[in-house]
Design a binder for this molecule. Structure first.
Ligand code: C2E
Ligand code: CA
Ligand code: CA
Length: 406
């Protein structure tokens, strides 16, 4: 946010502004008195502004020159409020408030300039707020109407080939736009501050589906471990102090233990409010959740947070798996991350494993877990149950793999 409104002092008798001066600010009188008049001299149309009152407020609406004069009657102190100050605050206001204020100020501005001319900044505020409001409604309707679904992508213990867990990835079957991938709506949900409704939806689905997935796993103990589910959590979730308790209570509805759930966060959360996020993550850890850093190595330049946050899992970004065999330094870089993880006592999951050759290389480097199209894409709950029952800890069927990747 810009610097706060500045205080301006005026001696008794001096002019604050005259007719035709550029209008740079509205004034709130803090002390003293100011008189307003059409030409700065005529006593007939004088109006007086006292402490707590405002004048020159048309400067908030637009930058048309002054059409009156303001003179300090006594020594006075004024707070100068600019259009930028107001605009910045409206930008972060509740969308409904932003829409109403934007539309009202736009209307006043249009009346001032006689209706024609370019759109004002207020038009832009009203339009942006309208987009947020309609997206919020669409998302709320989508969740309530069963249009969102959770897909599950397998995570495999590389050495043994056993199935260890899944990452939960959301999809939106939109009535007008068709099947939406997370990239089509998650960034917007984060930008508009409504991502928590998606996270709550995911946790509810985990509570609903994990028991059945674990039951399927217990019928195939030779190839499947006690399954965990990994859920993507946003920085905005972690800014809510009650997030850990909220997550626990949702999972309890399905008798799911936090110990079986991992929360994936990206390094970018540290750019929001690292201390508050760290506190929430500590509460999550205390409740039994394990915390994973997602897309490790792509975002933040400092490694300090590996000590500062209660992390127990590193997920290496898929670009590292791609570079592993394709670039000379690929193996060196991933090897360094694996050593770092081991020395810090962290579990490492390599994302984006697409070929048997990559899986072999990762196994030879003692990487714990792999996730990627080689082991299968994210799929619906029913298909996931089938996958668990059919999982074999030995080699994968290349034909099936090709099919799954399509
Ligand atoms: P992510 O957490 O890094 O998820 C992994 C993404 O990589 C998934 O894309 C997955 O389909 C894709 N992927 C998996 N294996 C491979 C592979 O072998 N090769 C390649 N090229 N890609 C692979 P998806 O499902 O489109 O998700 C994209 C991103 O959307 C996720 O990235 C995550 O950041 C976000 N996301 C997904 N679901 C949720 C959610 O429920 N909540 C939040 N906050 N974010 C979510
Ligand atoms: Ca993830
Ligand atoms: Ca990732």
């Amino acid at each position: 946010m810009e610097h706060p409104p500045e205080r301006r002092r005026f001696k008794a008798g001096s002019l604050v502004f005259s007719p035709n001066d550029p209008a740079d600010a509205a004034y709130l009188v803090l002390s003293g008195e100011v008189e307003l008049s059409r030409d700065g001299t005529s006593p007939r149309d004088l109006e007086v502004r006292r402490p707590g009152e405002m004048f020159g407020e048309m400067a908030i609406v637009n930058d048309r020159p002054r059409n009156a004069a303001a003179r300090a009657v006594s020594d006075c102190e004024l707070l100068a409020i600019t259009r930028a100050h107001v605009s910045e605050r409206i930008e972060v206001a509740d969308p409904l408030l932003r829409f109403c204020l934007g539309a009202l100020l736009d209307r006043i501005e249009a009346t001032q300039r006689g209706g024609a001319g370019p759109n004002s900044i207020w038009t832009a505020h009203a339009a942006a707020a309208r987009d947020i409001i309609s997206f919020e409604h669409e998302l709320r309707d989508g969740i309530a109407g069963g249009q969102l679904d959770l897909y599950f992508q397998p995570i495999v213990r590389l050495a043994a080939g056993r199935l260890a867990g899944f990452e939960a990835l959301v999809r939106w079957q939109h009535p007008k736009r068709g099947l939406l991938q997370p990239g089509d709506f998650i960034p917007m949900a984060e930008k508009y501050g409504v991502i928590s409704s998606v996270t709550t939806f995911c946790l509810r689905q985990v509570a609903r589906h994990l028991p059945a997935l674990q039951a399927a796993a217990s019928s195939n103990l030779a190839a499947v471990e006690r399954l965990f589910l990994s859920v993507n959590v946003s920085g905005l979730d972690l800014l809510q102090p009650a997030f850990a308790a909220h997550a626990v209570s949702i999972l309890a509805e399905g008798n799911v233990k936090p110990e079986d759930v991992r929360l994936e966060i990206t390094e970018s959360i540290l750019l929001t409010d690292a201390e508050r996020c760290a506190r929430t993550l500590e509460q999550c850890r205390d409740q039994g959740f394990r915390i994973a850093i997602d897309d490790f190595g792509t975002g933040y330049s400092s490694l300090h947070y590996l000590n500062a946050l209660p992390i127990s899992v590193l997920k290496t970004d898929r670009s590292f798996s791609q570079a592993l065999l394709a670039e000379p330094s690929g193996r060196t870089i991933l090897g360094a991350i694996l050593r770092l993880g081991r020395e810090l006592g962290l579990t490492v999951i390599a994302e984006g494993v697409e070929s048997e050759a990559q899986a072999d290389a990762l196994r030879s480097m003692d990487c714990d877990f792999g996730q990627g199209y080689l082991f299968g894409p994210a799929r619906e709950h029913g298909a996931t149950l089938q996958l668990i029952r059919d999982w074999r800890a030995t080699a994968f069927d290349p034909a099936a793999r090709t099919m799954l990747r399509a």
